[in-house]
Design a protein around this ligand. Structure first.
Ligand SMILES: Cc1cc2nc3c(=O)[nH]c(=O)nc-3n(C[C@H](O)[C@H](O)[C@H](O)COP(=O)(O)OP(=O)(O)OC[C@H]3O[C@@H](n4cnc5c(N)ncnc54)[C@H](O)[C@@H]3O)c2cc1C
Length: 382
């Protein structure tokens, strides 16, 4: 097989760029290579699936075969790309190789694994795709105790989802308040208290050092010497852009695969988007940025060079115990947070030194101010 557009990855980034591009180009051959089963599903639904009573089996909206038909594409599933040869415009996989005219990397991210000792450490689960989620759900007999490691977006959402269906939940996290990378301590405290009211037990400023099997349970030993009996351990301590394949091919990488505002990597005819990409210095592992990238890149791929623009893209947390929307200010930007509101309804606004609004976090009834505040924010880059 040879030529055409080749996309590696069948997550939201891979499929969205394919869909956008096919709107303009209906004839060039398209091949999508993925190490998964190629089912199309919305990853954000994983952390609300218990509450919405969806099983892993009903989450895919299209199979790989249906996607291949819709996109007029060849989809190679369960196929892992091991090497990219930019000089020959080729990708090498399990049992074959494929030439490309243009290559798009939509490789996603790898979950960061915690370093934990003990004979049960191998039982830690992380969830960054539907298949891993199926493994998690199979372990979840009703009422089993779940310990979540990490209090970021994914950890908080899973905690809320689990307590909604009456699982006892402890969250162990090194940070002193939840979502510490996204919000101020005041807002973090509101999230903590709201989820606690719903049944989440917090163990903040702590970490798990050992996991040992004790009869039918797992015994966790924390860094302060305390122990905790649990049944299932879900790690949600973060994601690292999948850069190895690109790095080995000689593409420039930093935190992610480096791309400019045309989504071009350092090698001709190779592009990247989604969780694997660092776009003009920004690694934003959310859906809105990859949609913006897909729309721009589709045009560039058909020869109409189009820059991606990142407007402010607030993230809505799926924590019904505490409605929260956050648009974090750029990292390391000088300025100050101004917090107002009462009780669980809080507004935190970040102003830079020129008094320009650059970020916000809203909880409770304040989330209704989101659209108005979003209009006041400058683009992340343009
Ligand atoms: C539980 C959860 C909830 C979330 N909720 C939200 C939310 O509410 N809002 C929001 O904006 N974002 C949310 N996100 C983030 C969002 O889902 C991701 O940013 C997005 O799905 C990333 O898509 P992607 O295609 O870049 O990566 P992925 O979905 O990880 O896809 C990567 C693809 O690359 C393939 N691949 C990797 N390496 C190879 C290889 N060598 N060969 C072949 N194939 C390969 C994989 O098989 C996979 O198909 C959530 C994430 C999680 C985990």
């Amino acid at each position: 097989m040879s030529g055409g557009l080749v996309i590696i990855g069948s997550g939201l980034a891979g499929y969205m760029i394919a869909k956008e591009w096919r709107k303009y180009d209906t004839s060039t051959p398209l091949t999508i290579i993925t190490q998964s089963d190629g089912n199309f599903y919305s990853k954000p639904l994983l952390s609300t699936a218990l509450t919405s009573q969806r099983t892993p089996e009903v989450l895919p909206t299209s199979s790989a075969t249906q996607m291949a038909e819709q996109l007029d594409a060849t989809i190679l599933t369960r196929t892992r790309v091991d090497e990219i040869q930019p000089e020959n415009k080729k990708v090498i996989y399990n049992d074959g190789q494929l030439e490309y005219d243009q290559l798009v990397l939509a490789l996603g991210a790898d979950t960061i694994k915690p370093t934990i000792m003990g004979n049960a450490a191998g039982q830690i689960i992380s969830v960054n795709n539907l298949e891993e989620y199926s493994v998690f759900r199979k372990k979840l007999d009703p009422k089993l105790h779940v310990t979540i490691l990490g209090a970021g977006l994914v950890g908080c959402e899973f905690a809320n989802d689990l307590v909604n269906v009456q699982h006892p939940v402890d969250v162990v996290a090194l940070c002193s308040y939840p979502l510490d990378r996204l919000v101020t301590p005041d807002i973090g405290e509101i999230i903590r208290a709201s989820l606690e009211q719903s049944g989440v037990n917090w163990r903040l400023s702590q970490s798990v050092e050992r996991m040992d099997q004790k009869d039918d349970n797992i015994l966790l030993t924390l860094n302060n010497g305390e122990t905790l009996k649990t049944d299932v351990v879900l790690s949600a301590i973060g994601l690292r852009p999948h850069i190895n394949l690109a790095k080995e091919a000689g593409l420039r990488v930093n935190r992610g695969i480096l791309v400019d505002n045309y989504l071009s990597t350092s090698m001709e005819s190779i592009y990247a988007l989604g969780d694997c990409a660092e776009v003009c210095g920004h690694v934003l592992q959310y859906v809105a940025p990859l949609l913006a990238c897909s729309r721009a890149l589709a045009k560039t791929l058909i020869g109409e060079k189009t820059e991606v623009i990142y407007p402010a893209m607030p993230v809505v947390l799926k924590t019904p115990a505490c409605p929260l929307v956050v648009s974090p200010p750029p990292q390391d930007l000088k300025g100050e947070w101004r917090v107002s509101g009462t009780h669980f309804d809080c507004r935190a606004l970040f102003y830079d030194t020129a008094e320009q609004l650059r970020g916000f976090a809203l909880t409770g009834t304040m989330v209704k101010e989101r659209a108005d505040l979003q209009k006041l924010l400058p683009p992340i880059f343009s």
